[in-house]
Design a protein around this ligand. Structure first.
Ligand SMILES: [Zn+2]
Length: 618
């Protein structure tokens, strides 16, 4: 998932580079289908060696075909091929009597077992050390597991019920997972897809729980006790779960688990599951404000509808062997961010001013990326699989489906209100999709399916909205949308210093020139892409060079020593230039009518307008 998502917008803009969130998850048609009667595998996951991050997995396959295939997913949690098979040290198999069976590797992630008529026992060792909610990590502190990253599935029995047992657990560690536990201590799932949609935390964590909206919620926190206040977190979770379930008029689960890690190092991100979420947030960030906590939690919680149950057809059934292309991430992720804002407004966690400031920042982010005129929201969704590549993330190459999708959710909300004269809103669109897809066990047809829902609740033709702004790259006429709620978008220009080049630098590595602005003084001075800057203003390039550069004003002279790709060094000098930077802010229209005020009040609650208000009769 790594297009970095700014979850922390209103107060914590600086976090943008470290926080991401994403995405998909593995779930499946499982919600719609009865479990297969076929009997499946039983897994034992042994936590063998915490210092070496080694886990040993045993899979007992029931009697069946002589020849079986086992597949380890190549992707999970993030829309990125991560090839988890790279971490498997060895694989072996034996029959029930202990006689070795032949194991043949078919491709980098698939193995074939021979002679398994009476069943087979397959064993492998895997290195497990990727931190965060999209990973699987085992160390002396704890184990956090996204099971798709460590468990192979039998290709002929992915839909069969199965069990998993965790072994060699230190005496003082506990297990938290949304999976159902049997009396024998093992966990069961209706099929592999459900199994791997259940995160597992094993360690010493603090647990709390609460009831809201008729459901039971567990809260698991693995962090230093001095870094958080459980009562405060639970109070916020009450508000979020009440606001979201009342907004959707639905609660499609009986129990739900919130799992948090608050590391002191780099952290950030949340991963949704059907009946749980796993969220990492930096401890210092949490201490400064509850906003990052409530925004990422609102987002991941809303995913239990949008993407987990209201699910695009293009993600079903999941293909664990390669990229799964969908045009719908602008909706499944972006509109989840729209809902995140509405949930926080309804919960009283943010006010109108903070909300509109955040929207203005979102517009600024989109408008500043030249690619908003060349890459559509649907194309950005398809290209999610490129996000781990640095070039792809450049502003002239890509937009974020989180960013544009969130704004499209807001514009769609306003468009639906316009088309229905206030009788419907985004809430009705989502409720319609919940009733007509999720509850019927159906998947929606990407953007077409969203249009179908929006047209059903408005009885209007919304095709031009989808053609221009979802499938197309036309500029969004913000003021046309915001007028109905008495708002407009103002562009503010500011002059900022511009050194004429973009440098990239990783940690303590060299500062290398990634781009030189054409026609700039830097270009005239001879700076070239690929040059390494070794000295700046007479000092060796180090941690503070970037801040030093940022302190220079237009007209100041910059002196650098650079090394070319061929290794020759030269000194260059040029004057810092300037450029205009545009920011967008959302403001009241000069005259706001009573009708616009009423529409705005309903919009900020995420609700349609009562009939009496629509006709102007109080
Ligand atoms: Zn998300």
């Amino acid at each position: 998932m790594n297009l970095v998502r700014p979850i922390v917008r209103y107060a914590f803009r600086f976090l943008q580079l470290t926080i991401c969130a994403i995405i998909l998850a593995v779930s499946s048609n499982a919600y719609a289908q009865a479990p297969s009667a076929q009997s499946g595998a039983s897994y034992t996951v042994a936590l063998t060696s915490p210092e070496q991050h080694l886990v040993e997995v045993q899979i007992i396959l029931p009697a069946g075909a002589a020849q079986r295939e086992l597949q380890l997913p190549v992707w999970n949690a993030l829309y990125q091929v991560r090839d988890f098979a790279q971490y498997i040290n060895w694989v072996r198999a034996k029959d029930r009597s202990g006689k070795p069976l032949a194991v043949r590797e078919l491709d980098k992630s698939r193995w074939q077992i021979q002679g398994a008529v009476t069943g087979a026992i397959v064993e492998y060792q895997i290195y497990v050390d990727s931190p965060g909610p999209f990973g699987a990590q085992f160390n002396p502190h704890h184990a956090f597991l996204n099971l798709a990253q460590i468990l192979m599935y039998p290709v002929d029995a992915r839909s069969a019920p199965l069990t998993v047992r965790f072994a060699q657990i230190p005496d003082d560690w506990h297990i938290a997972t949304p999976l159902t536990r049997s009396e024998g201590g093992e966990f069961s799932a209706a099929n592999y897809d459900r199994l791997v949609d259940s995160p597992v935390e094993i360690g010493n964590f603090e647990e709390s729980d609460f009831d809201e909206a008729g459901a039971h919620f567990r809260v698991i926190v693995d962090a230093d006790p001095t870094d958080y206040d459980m009562a405060k977190l639970v109070a916020a979770l009450h508000k979020i779960t009440a606001a979201a379930t009342s907004w959707m008029n639905d609660r499609p689960f009986d129990t739900y688990m919130f799992l948090y890690h608050f590391p002191r190092g780099p952290a950030g991100g949340g991963m949704e599951h059907a009946c749980a979420t796993a969220i990492d947030l930096n401890a210092d960030v949490l201490k400064q404000s509850l906003y990052p906590f409530t925004s990422v939690t609102s987002h991941e919680f809303f995913h239990l509808w949008n993407v987990k149950r209201i699910r695009p057809q293009t993600l079903e059934p999941i293909d664990y062997t390669k990229e799964n292309y969908t045009r719908a991430l602008w909706f499944s992720e972006g509109v989840t961010s729209t809902a995140e804002g509405i949930i926080q407004l309804r919960a009283g966690l943010i006010d109108e001013k903070q909300y509109l400031t955040g929207l203005g920042e979102g517009i600024t982010e989109l408008e500043r990326r030249p690619a908003h005129l060349t890459q559509s929201a649907e194309e950005s969704s398809l290209d999610a699989w490129l996000e781990s590549n640095g070039y792809y993330r450049r502003p002239e190459r890509s937009i974020s489906y989180y960013n544009k999708g969130e704004l499209l959710g807001v514009m769609l909300d306003l468009a639906v209100r316009d088309a229905s004269h206030g009788a419907a809103s985004l809430r009705e669109v989502l409720e319609w999709m919940n009733a007509n897809y999720a509850k019927q066990g159906r998947f929606f047809n990407d953007s077409e399916g969203v249009r179908e829902a929006a047209e059903a609740v408005t009885h209007a033709d919304l095709s031009s909205f989808f053609t221009k702004y979802v499938a197309g790259t036309e500029e969004i006429p913000w003021n046309d949308f915001f007028r109905s709620v008495g708002l407009r978008v103002d562009a503010l220009a500011k002059t900022v210093p511009d050194a004429g080049f973009i440098a990239s630098r990783n940690f303590d590595g060299p500062m290398s020139v990634a781009a030189v602005t054409s026609g700039s003084d830097a270009e005239h001075a001879g700076l070239q892409v690929g040059d390494t800057i070794v000295e700046m203003q007479g000092k060796p390039v180090g941690q503070e060079s970037r801040q030093e550069l940022a302190r220079l004003n237009p007209g100041d002279t910059l002196t650098v020593k650079v090394r070319s790709r061929r290794g020759n060094e030269r000194e260059l000098k040029w004057k810092i230039g300037s450029r205009q930077e545009i920011s967008y802010v959302i403001k009241d229209l000069d005259q706001v009518t009573a009708e616009q005020r009423a529409r705005r009040a309903a919009w900020l609650k995420g609700e349609a307008q009562p009939a009496a208000k629509r006709t102007g009769v109080e």
